[in-house]
Design a protein around this ligand. Sequence first.
Ligand SMILES: NC(=O)c1ccc[n+]([C@@H]2O[C@H](COP(=O)([O-])OP(=O)(O)OC[C@H]3O[C@@H](n4cnc5c(N)ncnc54)[C@H](O)[C@@H]3O)[C@@H](O)[C@H]2O)c1
Length: 341
Amino acid sequence: METLNAAIIGGGAIHLCHVGALRQVPGVRLHALAEIDSEKGQALARTYGCHFYQDYRALLWDDEIDVVHICTPHHLHKAMVMEALAAGKHVFCEKPIGLDSREAAEIAGAAARAPGRLAVCYQNRLNPTSRQIMCELAGGTLGKMIGMKAVLTWSRGGRYYTHSPWRGRYATEGGSLLINQAIHTLDLMQWFGGGVARVKGVVDSGELAAVTEAEDSAMATLHFHNGARGLFYASNSYTTDAPLLLEIHCEAGMLQLRDNQLWRVCAGGRTHLISDPSPESDAKAYWGSGHLAAIRQFYQTLHHPSAPAEYTSIEEAGKSLALVEAIYHSSQTRQWITVNA
Ligand SMILES: NC(=O)c1ccc[n+]([C@@H]2O[C@H](COP(=O)([O-])OP(=O)(O)OC[C@H]3O[C@@H](n4cnc5c(N)ncnc54)[C@H](O)[C@@H]3O)[C@@H](O)[C@H]2O)c1
């Protein structure tokens, strides 16, 4: 197997998950890191034994690099992804792919013309519980889906925002709770439900209003294309990072995800189906353990390009971004919004 050279742009919190995964995935080595903070970047590059670039554009000129991982603030994603694709690289970009659907559409156009592949990191789709939910729904024994609810209550203190001032700002994060943390939950909801037709929601800020310009809490009602109704609540102003609570109500029973355990609840009783493992040591528990699986999946496609691609494509990534955008729009207008995904 050919060894691919990977590079990471952005040496902040999440890049640790990428470094950890690259160490474990066969057929890839970390070749370079770009970080605008040169002192931090040089120290990281020394630790990893890789090349350092302060300017990511210089990294993109490095012909030895095959794959670029983008781990930077949201407002930088579009330019970095498009320039990396134009330089002939494969790209693995952290979510969200851009600040809004307009940016996602531009990137999709560029990706369609580029020789490289583009994956977006929605690692929770790779959780064993998520995969099992898809199997249970596809198996059909639970019957038609009627409803779904998700409750995400996490804790982000002031330091989280002051440490990385791009967070919590419309211009640099594109919003806050919805586009950064809850986008994973909305992605799972729309994926499990087969797409959302329309949504009505509100966003607001309470506890974190003094440190973020954008919302710290949100709630929404979702109408899925399949006729099911979804309820969604999320907040970054809880007192701890509680595991996602998700329930799917079907004609013949329910699937319940709580405390990272998946249960099937039918007339005959409650059956434990599967649990999610604890994350790697470098990862925060609320990120889950899916980065390794998502990154491994992408490299499998790069090593075996003729096999069906299974990573989260730009088209898939655009769906949760469109849903986020629709909730923001609904909150402003107090109207039901059609989701253009
Ligand atoms: N998949 C997940 O579960 C998950 C979890 C956390 C963060 N993320 C995503 O990862 C991305 C980064 O988030 P983070 O929490 O690591 O942010 P962070 O603020 O901790 O790190 C961002 C890093 O990018 C660097 N940077 C900024 N501009 C740069 C430039 N022009 N060139 C090179 N480096 C530059 C910063 O100096 C910083 O080190 C975001 O898209 C975020 O949504 C995803």
